[in-house]
Design a protein around this ligand. Structure first.
Ligand SMILES: [Zn+2]
Length: 427
């Protein structure tokens, strides 16, 4: 990190140019002017990434340095307006939709009404006077993001006549890392009718704790066959079924979207939670090879590790970041968005709420809809079908969302072809 005095000298050099003009520096000349040793160029770059002139990011990766007209790939541009700050295209070909929570709700009601049709059957399957018990193992903290998503599960069960507080009791346990195994054991002792286990750490802990209680997994990170959770996707054969994601395809899409948004994309940081396993990271590495990109994985195991991980990522000088799925990254997506904005790093997060909160771009399954989908599997179990016979499902609804204001601040123009595919474009 630069010292306060070094930072002040950089600000002084950048501020010292005639008003209304644009100055282009390479990092080397900027360092020399601000009396910063060549050994601290990366620190300088990380610091410059956090600076703004007229609200726009000031770095780009190829250009001509004003100092002696040499070409360089480490350029700092200073002065109004930032020349690379492209205007988001509002052309007629781009179909712009403003975010409308109603739209989200409409789709969700669509899912629910499917369950409503099944309601009479499910209601007949219910035993009079019985209180059904559903355990939930969630590797993370209880917060509004979890509750919002879990509403998808709760509401879909409610629509089929299983109402918490009336004939249904939820036993929800939250925990990270080593806390999960004892929590899983605790849940089995409550003899629930089924357990909803979330994400790879939750499914692993639950799967080791019981081979008899039905488990409905909601997991974006595991290959369920390779992990030994199920024998085959159409016929799981044990006590686990659920909704699992097809990640190799998705990792390729994430990188493709980043490449379309950041034409100079060459070095991509990949934020990864090792607790989720390596399947997604492997898929991202493979996709990067095909797209001729270099990937730099950085690890974070908890929300508190997000900032150090991002600073470590910046030292690899990425021009984009892809965040893999993890419950930690979902609940920490606002922190990720703030850090990505502060350090001018175009960042894709798989969870739709990321863009809705002002992040650049998100592409991934709609988690609330996945919970509703998991509820349809739970309903089959409650009606007496063994999980061994309930096929594993894939997420059915994927959402592509952008925030234009964030793209503009990063100096990016979202291509119309991407905008046309977007489900949500936030001004
Ligand atoms: Zn230079």
């Amino acid at each position: 990190m630069l010292s306060r005095a070094q930072e002040a000298r950089v600000r002084e050099v950048l501020g010292d140019h005639p008003p209304g003009t644009i100055q282009t520096y390479c990092l080397e000349h900027l360092a020399a002017a601000a009396k910063i040793s060549p050994g601290h160029l990366t620190d300088l770059e990380v610091f410059v990434r956090s600076l703004r002139e007229h609200g726009a990011c000031q770095t780009q990766y190829r250009g001509i340095c004003d100092a002696d007209a040499h070409e360089t790939d480490r350029v700092v541009i200073w002065g109004p307006p930032a020349p690379m700050a492209g205007r988001p295209e509002h052309g007629s070909r781009a179909v712009l939709k403003t975010v409308d929570s109603l739209m989200e709700r409409r789709t969700f009601i669509g899912v629910l009404s499917g369950s409503l049709l099944a309601a009479p059957l499910a209601a007949e399957a219910q035993q009079a006077g019985k209180i059904y018990r559903i355990g939930v193992l969630y590797p993370g903290a209880d917060n509004s993001i979890f509750r919002g998503n879990f509403d998808g599960f709760r509401q879909a069960l409610g629509a089929a006549g299983y109402v918490a507080g009336r004939n249904l009791a939820f036993e929800v346990r939250f925990g990270d890392g080593h806390a999960l195994a004892p929590l899983a054991t605790e849940l089995t002792k409550l003899h629930p009718d089924l357990i909803n286990a979330v994400a790879r750490p939750g499914v692993l802990a639950m799967h080791s704790a019981t081979s008899t209680i039905p488990i409905v997994a909601l997991d974006l990170e595991s290959d369920p066959v390779a992990s030994g959770f199920v024998k085959t996707l159409p016929r799981p054969g044990g006590n686990v079924t659920g909704v699992f994601m097809d990640f190799p395809e998705l990792a390729g899409k994430w990188l493709e979207i980043m490449k379309m948004m950041v034409p100079a994309l060459a070095r991509v940081a990949v934020l990864w939670d090792p607790a989720t396993g390596s399947a997604q990271l492997d898929a991202a590495r493979h996709a990067a090879q095909v797209l001729k990109l270099s990937v730099y994985p950085v690890e974070a195991r908890a929300t508190a590790e997000l900032q150090p991980a991002l600073l470590a990522a910046l030292r690899e000088r990425p021009n984009g970041m892809v965040v893999l799925t993890s419950p930690i990254f979902n609940s920490g997506r606002r922190d990720i968005g703030e850090l990505a904005a502060r350090y001018c790093l175009p960042t894709l997060v798989p969870f739709p709420g990321y863009a809705a909160d002002g992040g650049l771009v998100s592409y991934g399954p709609d988690v609330m809809t996945m919970y509703a989908q998991a509820a349809t599997l739970a309903l089959k179990i409650l009606a007496g079908t063994p999980p061994a016979e309930i096929p594993v499902e894939r997420p059915t609804r994927f959402t592509l969302s952008f925030t234009l204001k964030t793209a503009k601040a990063l100096g990016l123009t979202i291509p119309p072809s991407l905008l046309q595919r977007a489900d949500q474009v936030i001004e």
